[in-house]
Design a protein around this ligand. Sequence first.
Ligand code: PDD
Length: 281
Amino acid sequence: RIAYVNGLYVPLREACVHVEDRGFQFADGVYEVCEVHRGRMIDETRHLERLKRSLRELRIAMPVAESALKVVLRETIRRNRVVEGLVYMQVTRGAARRDFVFPAEGTLPSLIVIARQTDRQKADAAAAAGISVITTPDNRWERVDVKSVSLLPNALARQKAKEQGAREAWFFDEEGYVTEGAASNAWIITPERTLVTRPAEFGILRGVTRTTLLDLARREGLTVVERPFTVAEARAAQEAFITAATAVITPVIRIDGAPVGDGRPGPLAARLRAAFHEVAE
Ligand code: PDD
């Protein structure tokens, strides 16, 4: 496997970043994960728009021109022969002597890109079977709208889920409303067949898969409401599912051990999953 690191394509096992890279020492960086389907990036434009927004919010410069970044993404996918998989890009504020304050101008931001094949059949099987989620208090910082590499609470939540036999953890806020998953957005379908997901103005990441699914659902004439829902409401829902570049649309069949609906993947989530790649660009 081949990685792109600051201008060079190198074997993955030799791909390194500087010990004083601010991404490494301060989690001072942002990232994107984009799905690769049939050799093409899904929703590339939306991912790049969000990358630029995250960088702007943290006042980190684009490491290369957007056109060059697109070339690097394609080249990394090509060199790794990825047909079904993921491409990961990360930009940090760069390497500088350790100091909490931003480094002097002239410090170049770092860019790394890696890509890998994933097991599409395994993912489809997981989606067909449905997944379990646990719930856990949202203990992240306030700026989770920025896709930063500061992911320790997310990693701890996912580990906790795994230890309890679940695939994802849903964070909930102080009032008991679900915010989002450790690495996905959370959705429910009410008994009235209304799709419900939390508004993305504040407190969650505006998922690209979420945005594209909102388009798809509205195009299909489904009723969609962007409002918070509680853990209790999710348990009583008809269907539940998650969205992420790494999961597309994956049905949730258990929340904290209790079944959602009849405890089997819901038909509407399955239908939306099947239609997703037709609308995603
Ligand atoms: N995570 N919320 C959080 C906290 C996430 O980390 C992610 C994605 C999402 C879904 O966003 P999108 O639909 O754009 O992938 C929501 C990526 C996949 C990851 O960290 O691996």
